[in-house]
Design a protein around this ligand. Structure first.
Ligand code: GLA
Length: 725
């Protein structure tokens, strides 16, 4: 909550017409500088390392001089952040500075609001900057309102605009498809426009993630160079664009995608754009990631300070094919190998339309009498008897046309009157209309009732396996149909908010056909993501490497699955599979009955090892050491705890080359003056990859010289535990 106003500046009445002022938005080491000129124009001048003397910026002409929130109308031939049609149908906007204030929210967090107003119309834009000082993170968004006679139409409504006068700018971004989420790509931005966006409506992150890393002046590297990282916190369609213009300025706009989304803003209503989360580092991508991770754990996610349980999810183990006995066996196996939570995935519901395949039952959230005659209460009891917790899968925003829900409420699904429904998964899946408050209540009640009836449910996997098709709502008026993409998500977020108020502590995973919802907009209601349906450990190295740029390990559900892998048919040894999954929130997703005794014994031991190192991984700082994207045959990373007393190092041999001499592995993030004892952990059949087990090394030796590892076969891997002497 806001505590005190520490600064109130430039109230319109007291502003002298010829003065110029700078507005500084500061974190501990970074700074945004804006300027108000004599004509009350607000310009965005700088974002980067905190300056010692602000005058230097203007003396050397390195300021950008760009409008802080460029509006369409008077100087249209440029990147714009906002475009609107006034009540009188005028299409121009000229925003002038009015005043600004800074609220001291707590010792680490400030909120700066800059008030802008059109020079003629009662049309207002507030630009907001929320700073997280210790984490060097700034959230930036806008709030648009008016008191014109009638409604105003918004065509463009970016959350943020930024400009950099650095012609040599590189971008890293993350794209993919089902099974290849978070594929990292890097290139130099050249003249023209490059956009990352989503138009899917529901799963906004499958193809492009709403995040980017920019290398200003040099290619991106882990530990060197000026880097700006950004992530848009919006659950729906987004657009982040980089326009490299004729003046070699990089113009960035980020916000809700305005694709098919003209928005009518009624008088007195506020249009609040989602936050663009920004961080700057002059020590490369690694520090930018660590800033985001610390901010996510402390401020953004649910339960960022609590250790996550090791779980077994039923999906790849049994898919839809189960009954009570099979599930009790899975619960038993989970407990016997040291798991702490069992999660029942899809298939547990539907009676008239039993959910035996993906083609029916969605929407009918009654427990299947056929498969689970004693209800989920029985499964919860069986779990608790074995000392483990119980979690469950839901996909509450969806229906199948073969469901009682659809029979009773055909008007609740997105549709366009007169046209046949386009259906998704199972050729019957349709999307509920979350813009409709009645549907919002249904979705809320589905999950709320489930949790109230079963207060011992410990975990929810919330899935969403569709895109928005059938663009149309029976609830929205004809004039407001173009609100659908946005109002769907306002509706969804209001449901999630209500659920969070009732169930503040439940751990929820956001899943959408894999990694379709890995976005900070979800993270404020969820605790983790399912990064991908692709559980192949080799491919997960690439997916998780990409994801680790934006999200901390604690949010990364990483499950050991069967070999051969169900998605790729690749065979990978159990140790490698565990060593990959242990870099995130460890889980399993397989049928333990199909494991050999040796594999089971190894799994039990590995789970026990993970319990020891879990705090370092889930709360530690990540340093990426050898990138699989650059090296192709190796990958390596380390987590170091805040006090730099404990660390866990991982290395993987991805592709063997005959007679290859591997490089020294140089550690990072350690204290150079501390001595660390190294133990190889999670060994398979006592095979040692590190030749100096239990020996002590100085941090500086480990970071500057490094160690040799005996990675000799493809899919060899190693985990080293470092403890300060
Ligand atoms: C999606 C999810 C999977 C699984 C299935 C169940 O594909 O990504 O993990 O939950 O749905 O139908």
């Amino acid at each position: 909550m806001k505590k005190a106003i520490i600064l109130l500046l430039f109230l319109s009445g007291t502003f002298t017409s010829k003065s110029q002022e700078n507005i500084l938005v500061n974190t501990n080491s970074t700074q945004i500088i804006l300027k108000v000129d004599a004509d009350k124009n607000l310009t965005f001048e700088y974002y980067g390392k905190k300056l010692n003397r602000i005058d230097d910026l203007f003396n050397t002409n390195t300021n950008t001089g760009a409008d802080a929130y460029p509006a369409f109308g008077i100087r249209p031939d440029k990147t714009i952040a906002i475009r609107a049609k006034h009540a009188n149908l005028d299409l121009t906007l000229v925003l002038k500075y009015q005043s600004h204030e800074v609220y001291d929210m707590d010792t680490n967090v400030d909120l700066t609001t800059i008030h802008l107003k059109d020079e003629i119309y009662p049309f207002y834009v507030d630009i907001k900057y929320k700073t997280f000082k210790a984490e060097d993170v700034i959230e930036m968004w806008t709030e648009i309102s008016h008191t014109e006679k009638n409604s105003v139409t918004l065509f463009n409504y970016a959350s943020a605009y930024l400009a950099f006068k650095e012609p040599t700018t590189y971008i890293s971004h993350f794209h993919g498809n089902w099974g290849t989420e978070f594929t990292m790509e890097e290139f130099q931005l050249k003249r023209g426009k490059f956009s990352i966006e989503s138009k899917e409506g529901i799963r906004s992150s499958t193809k492009d993630n709403a995040s980017f890393f920019l290398g200003l002046g040099s290619a991106l590297s882990e530990n060197k160079g000026d880097v700006i990282a950004g992530a848009l916190a919006w659950t729906g369609n987004f657009d982040i664009s980089f326009a490299h213009d004729e003046f070699s300025t990089i113009n960035i706009t980020a916000g809700i995608n305005n694709y098919a989304s003209e928005y009518t803003l009624d008088k007195g209503k506020k249009f609040i754009t989602p936050a663009l989360i920004l961080t700057y580092s002059n020590e490369g991508k690694g520090q930018a990631s660590r800033n985001l991770h610390r901010y996510a754990r402390k401020y953004k996610m649910v339960g960022g300070g609590e250790e996550r349980k090791i779980l077994l999810n039923s999906w790849e183990g049994v898919y839809f094919d189960f009954n009570e006995d099979k599930i009790i066996d899975l619960i038993d196996d989970t407990a016997s190998i040291g798991g702490e939570l069992f999660v029942l995935d899809d298939g547990w519901f539907g009676n008239k339309y039993s959910r035996d395949k993906a083609d029916q039952g969605l929407g009918d959230w009654q427990v299947s009498k056929k498969k689970l005659p004693n209800g989920i209460e029985k499964l919860i009891d069986e779990s608790e008897n074995r000392g483990i917790k119980f979690g469950i899968w839901v996909e509450p925003e969806m229906a199948n046309t073969s469901s009682e829900l659809y029979e009773n409420h055909p008007d609740w699904v997105l549709q366009n009157a007169g046209r046949e429904l386009v259906k998704g998964r199972g050729k019957t899946q349709v999307v509920l209309d979350l813009s409709n408050p009645k549907v919002q209540d249904f979705v809320f009640n589905t999950v709320n009732d489930l949790l109230n009836k079963n207060p011992h449910i410990d975990y929810i996997k919330w899935d969403a396996n569709a895109a928005i098709s059938n663009y149309g709502s029976t609830y929205l008026s004809k004039e407001k149909q173009s609100h659908l993409y946005i109002d769907y998500h306002s509706g969804l977020q209001s449901v999630l908010k209500r659920l969070r108020e009732k169930h503040p502590n439940i751990i929820m995973q956001a899943c959408a056909s894999g990694g379709g919802r890995t976005n900070y907009g979800f993270l404020q209601y969820f605790s983790e993501f399912w990064p991908s349906d692709n559980t192949d450990a080799l491919q997960r190295i690439y997916i998780q490497w990409g994801m680790s740029h934006v999200f901390p390990a604690i949010t990364m559900a990483s499950h050991v699955s069967a070999s051969p892998n169900h998605q790729t048919k690749r065979e990978i040894p159990i140790k490698f599979r565990f060593d990959v999954a242990m870099t995130g929130r460890l889980g399993l997703e397989l049928q333990p009955k199909n494991m050999t005794d040796e594999e089971k014994a190894f799994s039990k031991a590995a789970i026990s090892v993970y319990k020891d190192i879990r705090p370092i991984i889930q709360f530690g700082d990540l340093y990426r050491i050898v990138s699989p994207y650059q090296n192709k045959r190796l990958a390596s990373l380390i987590y170091v705890d805040e006090q730099k007393k404990n660390a866990v190092f991982f290395a993987y041999y991805l592709e063997k080359q005959v007679k290859e001499t591997l490089p020294y592995f140089k550690f990072q993030g350690l204290d150079p003056t501390t001595n660390y004892t190294i133990n190889e952990i999670n060994k398979y059949a006592e095979r040692k990859v590190f030749g100096a087990d239990d020996k002590t090394f100085s941090g500086s030796f480990l970071m500057n010289t490094g160690v040799k590892l005996n990675l000799s076969n493809e899919y060899d891997s190693v985990i080293l535990h470092l403890t300060a002497k």
